[in-house]
Design a protein. Structure first.
Lengths: 214, 10
C-alpha cells in the first residue's frame, strides 16, 4: 500500500459517501444518473465476485472495503430506482447503457490476462468502470448544469482513479509491478473527466455553479 | 498460478 493508493481509495469512499448523503439529505436524486450507479454496482459485483464464491473471514480491511463498495452502490441504486424514484430524471438519463456493457464484455473476452471466468469478469469490470461515468456526464450535458454537491461527487470519483495512476507509477518504479489492463483503462477513465476537472477547478472552487455549455 | 493473477488492488 502506498500513499497514492490510500488517498485513491479514500477519495473513492468519499465520492460514494457524498452521493449517498446528497440523495438522503435532499431526498432527491435529481441530476444523478441512475445508469451510472447501476454500472458501478455491476463493476463492484463482477470485480469482487470472489467474496461470494469462497467466503473469507473479514479480518482484513480489503474485504471490508469490498463489502462497503458493493453494499453502498446497491443501496444507492435502491434509493434512486425505488425510494426516491419520483425524483429520478429518467428523461435526461438517456444514454444507452447497453452501448457500454456489450463492448466492455466483448473486449474482456478478447483482451485479457487469462481466459478464465473470474479473470474475464475482473477484466469486464475494469473496462466497464472506465466508461461507467459517461451516462452521468451525458446527463449533465443534457440538463446543462450540475448541482454543486454533485460536482464534488464527480471530482472525488474522478480523483480516485487519477490517484491510482500515480499509484501505478509508484509501483512500477519501486515494485516493478505492472497491470497493463488496469493502467490503460484507468488512463482512459481519467481522461473522460478532464473536461469536468477543468470546469470544476475554474468554477466550483470559486463558488460558482457548473453550467454548460461553459 | 492464481497468485500471479491475483489482483491486489480494489
Amino acid at each position: 500500500m502506498n500513499i497514492f493508493r490510500l488517498f485513491g481509495d479514500l477519495s473513492h469512499l468519499a465520492a460514494i459517501a457524498i452521493l449517498l448523503l446528497k440523495i438522503w439529505k435532499t431526498r432527491s436524486c435529481a441530476g444523478v444518473s441512475g445508469k451510472t450507479q447501476l454500472l458501478f454496482a455491476v463493476c463492484f459485483i463482477t470485480r469482487y465476485i470472489d467474496l461470494f464464491l469462497h467466503f473469507v473471514s473479514l479480518y482484513n480491511t480489503e474485504k471490508v472495503m469490498k463489502l462497503i463498495y458493493i453494499s453502498a452502490s446497491v443501496f444507492t441504486c435502491y434509493l434512486i430506482f425505488f425510494k426516491f424514484k419520483a425524483t429520478y430524471d429518467g428523461n435526461h438519463d438517456s444514454m444507452r447503457a447497453e452501448f457500454l456493457i456489450v463492448p466492455a464484455a466483448g473486449l474482456a473476452c478478447l483482451i485479457n490476462t487469462k481466459f478464465d471466468a473470474i479473470e474475464i469478469l475482473w477484466t469486464f469490470s475494469i473496462y466497464l468502470e472506465a466508461v461507467a461515468i459517461l451516462p452521468q456526464l451525458f446527463l449533465i450535458s443534457k440538463t446543462g448544469e450540475a448541482e454543486t454537491i454533485t460536482s464534488h461527487y464527480l471530482f472525488a470519483q474522478g480523483s480516485y482513479r487519477a490517484l491510482y495512476i500515480l499509484n501505478w507509477i509508484y509501483r512500477y518504479h519501486y515494485e516493478s509491478h505492472v497491470d497493463t489492463i488496469a493502467i490503460v483503462a484507468g488512463v482512459v477513465q481519467t481522461i473522460l473527466y478532464c473536461d469536468f476537472f477543468y470546469l470544476y477547478i475554474t468554477k466550483v472552487v470559486k463558488g460558482q455553479k457548473i453550467v454548460l455549455p461553459a | 498460478g492464481s497468485s500471479l493473477l491475483h489482483h491486489d488492488e480494489l
